[in-house]
Unconditional design. Structure first.
Lengths: 88, 472
């Protein structure tokens, strides 16, 4: 049962305790979660187990984070990663 | 941590957990590492948390909830458990470099046990990089951890035991049968050569696996879902996300609307860590995958490194437990922590139990052998997702003189993206083999070097400090 939520680009995404950020986003049907740095095509999680790296997102300000390896937590701020990681 | 453990086990799935539990019970000091936040690997993903959700546990079935007993045994053992911990470098001298919740650390052990499990075989079809396309394994992870289905019309394309299992679980969970379509690439009539493996498959536990499989098929048939068999030429299309799946069926082109597409053509050993250690490998033609060269106890070409579970060769979760315990016994023997007679006795029982779970494999491998077309995507299909390299570019590189996968990698960058070739490796090797006319064994695979996961410069600096000054 989903009883908490995190923020994804202004939207509230519900999650179940133990569920990864990537899984919660897939369940919510958000579609693309990043664009490829190579050809700018929209990408989204593929394997949900840490192998494919398609789920790279900006989580609480940290870019290039594998969202499938991060357990969702209330109040997390998650955003798509457009292209390559930006070094501040 | 500056102490040297007797053993470090990489991966807390069934093989890793069983190995750690047995090592600890034998008095060995053992550290078990996993990059997930909870033990169970993928097959038993979320099994501890799901004890509180009887409806979900019933849908996932007894084979899944069995994992809870392993996790419980792990929790009461003397195993040191380090979760959310990624291994980024392994050395033959028993050093294991990790990135965990406390930053960079280096652990040391006399013995390494690699229990890194399996990966889904990549399924490079046109459009497979579109949002909304994922592995069936990913869908099952969503079910196990999110108690959810991907929203909308699900089209599953491929075949294999997990393909049918997930479809049945989705129906049990409550998906509208109109929203589930199976594009099954296995032929309606099995290859007679495959059926020759039938009689041997009943032996040991085989008949139980077959009965379960037949039961699944019956469930699926009676649910009245769309199920086409012998499908070929899968291609996914859409604007910015998957919207349609095209295919060929009984000689005619077809197309179906989809919101989410699940791909599956079996699983293969996850050998990234093993390759970074340079462990000897062989090509297993029945599994259509590389596997490490191991002795009867799982010892690799490096004396202090054992490989267990699906990483040693796809054999399933129950065989993985036995394989973990077999390696643990061999290590306890080397450590002098078990009497020879007791070891021989227990080893014989574990090996017999393991063999009982292996009997069904040759039949399954033949029935669900990936279609030859999977290893020969058309020129426009992306094979390296990270670097967007197409099959055609790989063929051109070979034509231009690249003799193997590592040279193709150097020319094109395929395998140089964040996944480091986990997803493109099998396909690139297959294309190179086809273009050069060499066997898969001769063609080989990418050379893998640390770091096994991307590190920041800050983390590398931290590692250098740890190497120089000890734990920070």
């Amino acid at each position: 049962m989903k009883c908490s939520s995190f923020s994804f680009e202004g939207a509230d995404i519900p999650f179940r305790p133990g569920e990864s950020v990537a899984a919660a986003l897939v369940a919510a049907g958000v579609g693309a979660t990043r664009t490829s740095p190579v050809d700018a095509t929209p990408r989204a999680p593929y394997c949900l187990m840490g192998a494919c790296f398609e789920c790279l997102m900006v989580i609480d300000g940290v870019a290039s984070t594998q969202a499938c390896l991060v357990p969702a937590a209330p109040g997390m701020q998650v955003a798509r990663q457009p292209g390559a990681r930006v070094l501040a | 941590m500056s102490a040297v453990h007797d053993a470090i086990v990489v991966g807390a799935g069934p093989a890793g957990m069983a190995a750690a539990i047995r090592l600890a019970r034998g008095g060995a000091s053992v550290l078990l590492l996993d990059e997930q936040a909870a033990p169970g690997g993928q097959i038993y993903r979320g099994v501890e948390a799901n004890a509180g959700d009887p409806r979900l546990a019933a849908i996932l079935g007894k084979d899944y909830t069995h994992g809870a007993s392993l996790v419980a045994a792990l929790r009461v053992s003397d195993t040191i458990l380090s979760l959310s911990t990624s291994v980024w470098q392994l050395d033959a001298d028993g050093s294991v470099w990790v990135r965990g919740p406390d930053g960079i650390a280096r652990h040391r052990a006399r013995h390494l046990v690699l229990a890194t499990g399996a990966l889904e075989r990549p399924v490079p079809v046109p459009g497979w990089t579109l949002p909304g396309v994922m592995t069936v394994g990913a869908m099952q992870i969503l079910l196990k951890t999110g108690a959810a289905l991907p929203p909308g019309r699900l089209v599953l394309a491929g075949t294999g035991p997990l393909f049918y299992l997930y479809a049945a679980q989705a129906l049990a969970f409550g998906i509208d049968p109109k929203n589930l379509v199976l594009l099954d690439t296995a032929p309606a009539m099995p290859d007679p050569a495959a059926l020759l493996r039938g009689p041997a498959a009943i032996w040991g536990e085989g008949w139980r696996y077959l009965a379960k499989g037949l039961g699944l098929m019956r469930n699926l048939k009676s649910a009245g879902i769309g199920w086409l068999r012998g499908v070929t030429d899968i291609a996914i299309a859409g604007e910015g996300r998957a919207e349609r799946v095209a295919f060929r069926y009984r000689g005619r082109a077809g197309s179906i609307a989809a919101d989410v597409v699940g791909l599956h053509q079996g699983v293969i050993p996850h050998l990234h860590a093993a390759r970074s250690l340079g462990l000897a490998e062989r090509w297993d033609d029945s599994q259509a995958a590389f596997a490490p060269v191991l002795d009867a106890h799982g010892r690799s070409s490096l004396e202090t490194v054992h490989v267990v579970g699906d990483a040693a060769g796809i054999a399933g979760a129950r065989a993985a437990e036995h394989s973990g315990r077999i390696a643990a016994l061999a290590i306890l023997d080397t450590l002098g922590r078990i009497a020879p007679a007791a070891r021989a006795d227990e080893m014989a029982r574990e090996r017999k139990a393991c063999a009982a779970h292996l009997a069904v494999r040759p039949l399954l491998e033949a029935l669900y052998r990936p279609p030859a077309a999977l290893a020969a995507p058309n020129d426009d299909t992306i094979v390296c997702r990270c670097e967007s390299v197409t099959a055609g570019a790989v063929r051109d590189a070979v034509g231009g003189g690249a003799p193997g996968p590592n040279q193709v990698k150097a020319f094109l960058r395929c395998g140089m993206g964040p996944c480091q070739g986990r997803l493109c490796g099998p396909t690139v090797s297959a294309i190179v083999a086809a273009e050069t006319g060499q066997s898969m064994a001769e063609t080989g695979h990418y050379r893998i070097r640390p770091p096994l996961k991307p590190l920041t410069l800050g983390e590398l600096a931290e590692a250098a400090a740890v190497a120089r000054d000890g734990p920070q």
